[in-house]
Design a protein around this ligand. Structure first.
Ligand code: ASP
Length: 580
């Protein structure tokens, strides 16, 4: 038996006549004459109004135990906005369990206060309905994922936090070793190498709700620390992995929203880039990129003599102001475009565009036809190399058409067949698009030897990597892995990782592969991102109990902090003077 008989928000008219004890915080208190006061008491389930006979010493956020009888409220005081608004606890006696200083912000106004203040007093912020709901959703997501993976016969295995570096492409957080002075552990950017070792170890189906740490700039969808569902399976290909993850995602979405999403569509990376200008297309809205290259194949307009000419149409955008258009042009230039052409469509096919005079009538007619443009619309055209054209139009599409985070339902999408390499670095070696353990597409393996004669050709190699996207957010990635030592070594060489370095960094994995590595594939998706989107939150901070601020600091504990010289000595470290 705890100190309470009931939770505030769970009382209802069914309880009328019962003597109850509720415990919680004073959300509001209103004196009513000299001897009567109304106290709204809050706990994690909601609020209940208590009528107490004197409340002089009671203040906001005091912790109380209130005992009294549940009774109906007089008709004219019923509060329809409150779940318990038709009842109250009357004749209540109050026990003050704890006092509170005046709070730095009113709990029910937390959304309006400065974020640093909320973070500094996160324990107060956690009392809000919003945080209570978000954390509950997060726990539901975790629970659903666990039971989904268990029922699909995955085994939860915990992997170490103090490890050697994992190559996920971010900077490592490092931890100095005391026992081995001068050496460092890295915190895991992911359990990637360990889950592959689990496959060599015959675990067959591994999963973990894993904490990962990456030292990179913080954004709305990125914190230093995050949680992901990490999974790996043997004797399986990408389709098998996607099927299993789709079930876990559906289970998690259903538990939070009450609706089970249908099967998740797939799109190749090439189609995603070509039609949406993004490897994480937001398919909640149309405005797809339309190919116009053929129309301008023989154009006299110099700006359109480019390998790739594409356009998008903003329906009803004909009233966009000149100011806004100048601003959009500047943005497009900031994204790398040489310029941005716009065409407004007026009545009877008349057009308004600063460059109309450089285009032939048939070119203009062709653009309007291809883009299905109608009176009142505006079309935007970019001409450049393909990658730049789609990149700029993809960003413009989001800028002009993206709905708010909580609109348009949940549009999951698999993006498959990513390129193996995303670019060629200055020293001539390719940069992996995923991590270096990703299996190339079987049909493209022969292109790996292209390095010596034509490095650009390497960029055409497709990999067996796939991403899961939700409403334009990348939820996670995975791939079929390389399980043959020779191929892995060939990839390392291409990446400019010589044998010595490969041995030093991943020798343990390469050695494990000597002893019978099964074919395997896996995936990981971010639980913070999934929960944020399912909660209609723009920033993952809102679904993390104790997040870092934008600058990576923690206003609550004030981490990161200096450590004392004794500790430094013990670790064999000496600090350099700060760089000025
Ligand atoms: N290790 C990858 C990541 O954390 C996911 C995977 O390839 O399974 O992004």
């Amino acid at each position: 038996m705890t100190m309470r008989t009931d939770y505030c928000g769970r009382l209802s008219s069914n309880d009328i006549g019962r003597t109850v004890t509720v415990c919680g915080w004073v959300a509001k208190r209103r004196e009513h004459g000299e001897f009567l006061a109304f106290v709204d008491l809050r706990d994690r389930t909601g609020l209940i109004q208590c009528v107490v006979d004197h409340a002089h010493e009671i203040r906001s956020e005091y912790v109380l135990a209130v005992t009294g009888v549940v009774r109906p409220r007089p008709d004219d005081t019923i509060n329809a906005d409150l779940a318990t608004g038709d009842i109250e606890i009357g004749d209540a006696s109050v026990k003050i369990l704890s006092q509170s200083d005046p709070v730095p912000f009113q709990i029910d106004r937390a959304a309006e206060v400065d974020e640093t203040l909320r973070m500094r007093h996160r324990y107060l912020d956690l009392r809000t309905q919003r945080m209570q709901t978000n954390l509950r959703r997060r726990a539901q997501v975790n629970g659903a994922i666990r039971s989904s993976m268990e029922s699909q016969e995955f085994l939860e295995v915990e992997t170490p936090m103090l490890i050697a570096s994992t190559p996920e492409g971010a900077r490592d957080f490092v931890v100095p070793s005391r026992l081995h002075a001068g050496t460092f552990y890295a915190l895991p950017q992911s359990p990637q190498l360990f889950k592959q070792l689990c496959m060599v170890g015959g675990i067959d189906r591994y999963y973990q709700i894993a904490r990962c740490m990456r030292d990179e700039d913080l954004r709305a969808d990125r914190q230093f620390e995050f949680s992901q569902l990490d999974m790996e399976m043997s004797f399986a290909d990408g389709d098998d992995v996607r099927e299993i993850v789709s079930i876990a995602i559906a289970d998690a979405t259903e538990v939070v929203t009450g609706n089970r999403p249908g099967s998740i569509p797939s799109m190749t990376w090439l189609d995603a880039m070509d039609n949406y200008g993004s490897d994480k297309p937001d398919i909640r809205f149309g405005m797809q990129l339309t190919e116009l290259s053929e129309i301008f194949a023989e154009t006299d307009f110099n700006a359109f003599k480019a390998p790739s000419v594409k356009g998008i149409r903003l329906p009803g955008g004909g009233d966009t102001t000149r100011n806004r258009l100048d601003q959009l042009t500047d943005r497009a230039k900031g994204w790398g475009a040489k310029g941005l052409v716009w065409i407004k469509v007026g009545a009877n096919g008349e057009v308004n565009s600063p460059v109309a005079k450089f285009m032939s009538e048939s070119e203009i007619a062709g653009v309007l036809k291809e883009l299905d443009a109608e009176e009142g619309d505006i079309c935007f055209i970019v001409a450049d190399k393909w990658r730049r054209t789609v990149h700029v139009l993809g960003l413009l599409r989001l800028e002009l058409g993206r709905p708010p985070v909580n609109e348009g339902g949940y549009n999951f999408l698999w993006v498959t067949d990513f390129p193996l390499f995303e670019s060629i670095s200055e020293d001539g070696s390719p940069v992996p698009a995923h991590h270096p353990f990703t299996m190339p597409h079987e049909e493209d393996i022969s292109l790996l030897s292209a390095k010596d004669d034509d490095t650009e050709k390497l960029l055409e190699i497709r990999s067996q990597a796939y991403d899961l996207v939700l409403n334009g957010w990348e939820l996670g990635s995975g791939s079929v892995r390389i399980h043959q030592r020779e191929l892995q070594q060939q990839i390392f060489e291409l990446l400019g990782i010589n044998e010595e370095e490969a041995q030093a960094k991943f020798g343990f994995l390469m050695n494990a592969f000597r002893y019978g590595a099964p074919p395997h594939a896996g995936f990981a998706f971010g639980i913070d991102r999934l929960t944020a989107l399912l909660s209609g939150e723009e920033n993952i901070r809102e679904v993390i109990a104790f997040p870092k601020s934008q600058s990576g600091a923690d206003p609550l504990t004030e981490a990161p902090t200096e450590i004392d010289p004794g500790q430094l000595n013990e670790l064999g470290l000496r600090l350099l003077p700060p760089v000025t």
